[in-house]
Design a protein around this ligand. Structure first.
Ligand code: ADP
Length: 272
């Protein structure tokens, strides 16, 4: 479990967090939302110990992050937006092995782990291709694979699906769900609210304040309240909000099925 306790953090005079607290439980799928500049990347940098809190503390499994940086970094896998900026090798096996180098594993252990990870990210059949022959989605799966090599407890994706088309994004989301089912905590920074379909919990940074809670509660507050006012909503969300405003019907539980949203619209038009 990760506990951020009453932290203050500023870049010189720019204050990003003031008395900010947050808990991430093991084995849950979180999404981190917020407008540009709301502090999402800073939060990730704090978790990795790249920048340090001014006051307060960050505990990972009860241990202070700054005193256990090596151990903590091993336990947090990172994936960024652009796979081409992360990949350092030409071959798939080499790329995966790279993450394990310098940690003292034998080549036998490395080979076994590569095999397991290739299976997990569904690239076993493509392992002999050059990385340049992979699609964007496959390259991003490979980056997830590299992040998984050391069996981290937490996987952080900083806009990790932003450059992918819908099919590839779905593929990645299904992979993340499988990892969550295996007990890995997922923290996905995203602008795509339709990805909420896959997550358990929402962390929403809004003007230095935090909204954290269950996905369904978040959706309900967006559709029937004013929570989503500064977020860019997918079309279904706007329709659902209009249905609620005009007719008082809350369809936030059916948001991800276009058929059901259309059905509600149809019924409304019949009742006119
Ligand atoms: P997000 O990831 O949500 O877009 P960031 O964490 O990057 O937000 O930024 C939070 C705030 O901190 C913004 O106002 C940003 O301008 C500022 N900021 C980020 N990085 C730096 C930096 N290295 N130096 C000074 N200010 C920064």
């Amino acid at each position: 479990m990760i506990e951020i306790k009453n932290i203050d953090f500023s870049y010189y005079e720019r204050e990003v967090f003031k008395n900010f607290s947050l808990k991430l439980e093991d084995g849950k799928f979180y999404t981190l939302l917020g407008k540009n500049g709301s502090g999402k990347s800073t939060l990730v940098k704090l978790l990795l110990g790249i920048v340090k809190v001014k006051s307060g503390e960050i505990l990972v499994d009860g241990k202070n992050l700054t005193d256990n940086l090596y151990e903590v970094r091993k336990n947090i896998g990172m994936v960024f937006q652009n796979p081409d900026e992360q990949i350092v090798s030409e071959r798939i096996d080499e790329e995966l092995a790279f993450s394990m180098e310098n940690y003292g594993y034998s080549s036998m252990e490395m080979r076994e782990r590569i095999e397991e990870v290739l299976q997990e990210i569904n690239l076993l059949e493509k392992r002999d291709l050059r990385i340049s022959q992979l699609s964007g989605g496959e390259k991003q799966r490979l980056c997830i694979g590299s992040a998984l090599m050391l069996k981290p407890k937490v996987l952080v994706l900083d806009e990790g699906t932003a450059m992918l088309d819908e099919k590839n994004r779905e593929n990645i989301m299904e992979l993340l769900k499988r990892l969550r089912d295996r007990g890995v905590t997922i923290l996905l920074i995203s602008h795509h609210l339709d990805e909420l379909k896959y997550v358990d919990e929402v962390i929403y940074l809004k003007n230095g304040e935090l909204w954290q809670g269950d996905r369904d509660k978040f959706l309900k507050e967006i559709i029937t309240g004013s929570l989503g006012e500064s977020l860019e909503l997918p079309p279904n969300f706007y329709i659902a909000r209009e249905i609620f405003r005009r007719k008082g019907i809350d369809i936030s539980k059916n948001l991800f099925s276009s058929e059901e949203v259309a059905e509600h619209l149809w019924r409304l038009s019949l009742k006119k």
